[in-house]
Write a protein that binds this ligand. Structure first.
Ligand SMILES: NC(=O)C1=CN([C@@H]2O[C@H](COP(=O)(O)OP(=O)(O)OC[C@H]3O[C@@H](n4cnc5c(N)ncnc54)[C@H](O)[C@@H]3O)[C@@H](O)[C@H]2O)C=CC1
Ligand SMILES: O=C1O[C@H](COP(=O)(O)O)[C@@H](O)[C@H](O)[C@H]1O
Length: 287
């Protein structure tokens, strides 16, 4: 792809997972309200393509958007406990500014970082913790209505709705990725819910690469690895985007150690069990 891809929130966890994986594949334009240290910037991205700006600053966003072909919009408040004034400003107003500027600049594709918290309300007391276990076949597939469990989730559901509006009214191709739990090197430790929605760094980079390559109209997909425990379907991401994840939290012990290290067949019957019935993380559904 020769035309620039604008990545907002480039200095954060998701932005860095993407850039570490596919930083050399695109002509990036990186925007963050915090200046990016050189270590966070891929080789070949010059200072002219680094924008220090707040996404609610319409003029700055429009400037960064000039000649851009695709947008990966990550910037926002990622806290599940974020208060209303912050999600209203950073996640709702900011997303509207970035999407509107994308439409006005003639951008083709818009990739929106939505969240599992847009549907956290489906994790009802009667479904949990069974939902997080491999013998439970309950699945959310992206066709269900949003059901946020907190104000942060409301802001993400609103971003998805803004994407629907700009797709329907202006033909912008939009994919909303309901990201699970991005954790580096291993699934979240001793956290069943986190292991069900683990997104490894390499699967994250691959998924966003597919979002930049595939043809689509408006899509909502789940952004998780190929976890045995999952209660989010990844079928739509496979079908619409060609997502083909490499990782699975079942390849790790509950403590987050790779099983091929722990499960060496040395004659001792002391391997860590694959899925012990430890209690779920008490901090399951946020505020
Ligand atoms: N990390 C995860 O597991 C998940 C992340 N997400 C979403 O992915 C996106 C990125 O999340 P993370 O990288 O984890 O967060 P992060 O906090 O590590 O990174 C966010 C980046 O956006 C920038 N930013 C925040 N507000 C801004 C504003 N108003 N203007 C310009 N820049 C701003 C920050 O400076 C930061 O560099 C967020 O929208 C979050 O809601 C969704 C689900 C899971
Ligand atoms: O949307 C997000 O979700 C992930 C996972 O949620 P959690 O409730 O299991 O912590 C969270 O880590 C991330 O910060 C947030 O932006």
């Amino acid at each position: 792809m020769d035309e620039p891809v604008l990545l907002t929130g480039a200095g954060g966890r998701v932005g860095q997972a993407i850039l570490n994986g596919i930083g050399g594949e695109y002509d990036w334009r990186l925007l963050d309200r915090e200046p990016l240290p050189r270590a966070k910037v891929p080789d070949g991205v010059t200072d002219a393509d680094l924008y220090v700006a707040d996404i609610t600053d319409e003029r700055a966003v429009r400037e960064a958007m000039a000649d851009v072909n695709a947008v990966v919009h990550l910037a926002g408040d990622p806290r599940k406990t974020a208060p209303w004034d912050s999600v209203l400003r950073n996640n709702i107003d900011g997303t509207q500014v970035v999407m509107r500027a994308a439409v006005d600049a003639g951008v083709d594709r818009f990739v929106f970082a939505s969240s599992n918290h847009a549907v956290g309300g489906y994790e009802t007391d009667d479904r949990t913790p069974d939902l997080y276990r491999t013998d439970d076949d309950y699945r959310l597939d992206g066709t269900e209505l949003p059901r946020p469990g907190n104000l942060y989730g409301v802001s993400k559901a609103t971003g998805e709705a803004l994407g629907r509006l700009y797709h329907d009214k202006h033909g912008l191709s939009v994919v909303c990725v309901r990201i699970g739990n991005l954790t580096k090197d291993h699934p979240p430790r001793e956290y069943e819910r986190g292991q069900a929605m683990w997104l490894s760094h390499r699967d994250c980079a691959h998924l966003f690469d597919r979002c930049l390559q595939a043809e689509y109209g408006y899509e909502i997909v789940y952004g998780i690895s190929n976890n045995d425990r999952r209660y989010y379907s990844i079928e739509r991401a496979r079908e619409a985007l060609g997502y083909d994840p490499a990782d699975n939290s079942a390849d790790y012990t509950f403590d987050g150690e790779p099983k091929d290290v722990v499960d060496v067949d040395d004659g001792d019957d002391d391997a860590t069990p694959a899925e012990p019935n430890f209690p779920s993380n008490p901090d399951t559904r946020g505020a």
